[in-house]
Design a protein around this ligand. Structure first.
Ligand code: ZN
Length: 290
């Protein structure tokens, strides 16, 4: 059997599947109930043990927030978890006896959408999670592209304006510094969810802020199209729930490029798997790496 674990700042999910990827069980708990990495490993290992029946679990993937060291299986210092330099893959492997991979959560969500969600018909797809931060997963020629050091797809840190605001990463004018939920909250003094809610109700100022963010995201889509020539963009994350507010501006911006002719213009879709995307992708990665 296979297992996929999605470790998020709010929830931890475990999914068990047959070796062909068919899901047999899925459970979740709140991350704050698991005080230490060892607690998380013990909880996940117990859930896997409870649902595996007599079958052996051979391969497990843990989807975790970056930065992570994919080669060594180490969680480095995720911004939304108080854990640092945790050798999570080795810990899970000694708790379960399985082969364990640690993978970037946005990569796994992208892989989930590619195999089982909005991107199923494609071979080249860019997944963007647009939420409190901005992350991405690249599918090139039908495969997850992780790059030379496992860090490809950091779409949030593409520089949109070199004179722009300083981002947490130390660069100036990153996409994330203009469009992330955190940046929009800082700009308006309102939580991003509230900003999108009042924009949906027609507030002119909120609408203008949201449209500006969607335009910046559209500019990023132009650069990504020129670099990667994808067939489709799949947008997930909290902001994708406000699809009607952001989609028209993103699409209009993408279409405004005279260089990207209609014949090679990628389509733009909302993600389909919601907050299950990470666990679905993690199971898929466990299947590919079993
Ligand atoms: Zn940055």
């Amino acid at each position: 059997m296979l297992a996929g674990i999605d470790l998020g700042g709010t929830q931890v999910r475990v999914a068990l599947a047959r070796s062909d990827g068919r899901l047999v069980a899925s459970v979740k708990t709140r991350t704050h109930l698991l005080a230490t990495p060892q607690d998380m490993v013990d909880w996940a290992a117990a859930e896997i043990d409870r649902h595996r029946g007599r079958e052996k679990v051979r391969s497990i993937t843990i989807a975790a927030p970056g930065p992570i060291d994919v080669k060594r299986g180490v969680l480095v210092n995720p911004p939304n978890l108080p854990w640092q330099n945790v050798p999570l893959a080795a810990m899970m492997s000694s708790a379960t006896g399985a082969r364990v991979q640690l993978a970037n959560d946005a990569d796994m969500a992208g892989l989930g959408e590619f195999h089982h969600g909005a991107g199923r018909s494609t071979r080249n797809m860019v997944y963007i999670t647009w939420s409190t931060g901005v992350g991405g997963g690249l599918i090139i020629d039908g495969k997850l592209h992780r790059g030379g050091h496992g860090t490809a797809g950091e779409i949030g840190h593409m520089i949109i304006d070199p004179n722009g605001p300083l981002d947490n990463c130390g660069q100036r004018g990153c996409l994330e510094a203009f469009v992330s939920g955190t940046a929009l909250a800082r700009e308006t003094g309102k939580p991003a969810a509230e900003l999108f809610a009042i924009a949906a109700r027609g507030d002119q100022h909120a609408r203008a802020v949201v449209e500006k963010a969607a335009r910046y995201m559209g500019i990023a889509l132009i650069s990504l199209t020129n670099a990667l020539d994808p067939e489709m963009f799949v947008i997930g994350g909290g902001v994708s729930r406000s699809w009607a507010l952001v989609q028209p501006t993103m699409l209009a911006t993408l279409r405004s490029s005279p260089f990207i002719k209609p014949a090679r213009r990628p389509s733009l879709r909302r993600a389909r798997l919601g907050d299950r995307a990470g666990q679905v992708g993690a199971v898929e990665w466990a299947r590919i790496n079993q």
